[in-house]
Design a protein. Structure first.
Length: 137
């Protein structure tokens, strides 16, 4: 199993909308950055992803599970980009703010800090555990 962080602006797609999508999950589509798209292609069924509210909030608010691996993104008319399907797993009682993540020395290497505009990124297992502790998961 691998771990990831995926970003969405909460006014576009929020954790609450993800919850309402239910067990069938939703397409994680609209990614148009090649590095982020390559990360989507590496995802496997049952990989876990932190769900991050970007721009508004700037915090990890939940966890979703990959339930379908990469396929042609139905929103991409050119057919160059991919989507995955994700299902809600958990909403954090204590969201983890970017401000608090920046304070943790062992998380300074994360793309969330180094490449702030990247919308899909890997999270190593040590960092996953640290972030879970920060969120009281």
């Amino acid at each position: 199993m691998k771990y990831w962080l995926i970003k969405s602006e909460p006014n576009v797609w929020s954790i609450d909308q993800q919850i309402k999508a239910g067990i069938k999950g939703v397409d994680w589509d609209g990614v148009r950055n090649f590095q982020a798209a390559n990360n989507l292609k590496k995802m496997q069924v049952d990989d876990l992803c932190f769900f991050y509210h970007s721009n508004i909030g700037k915090e990890i608010v939940g966890i979703v599970r990959v339930i379908k691996t990469a396929y042609v993104d139905p929103t991409d008319k050119m057919g160059k980009f991919v989507a995955v399907k994700v299902r809600f797993e958990k909403k954090l009682k204590n969201p983890i703010s970017l401000q608090n993540i920046r304070k943790v020395k062992d998380l300074q290497h994360l793309p969330l800090i180094k490449q702030s505009r990247l919308s899909v990124m890997p999270i190593d297992s040590k960092s996953w555990k640290i972030l879970n502790r920060l969120g009281n998961i």
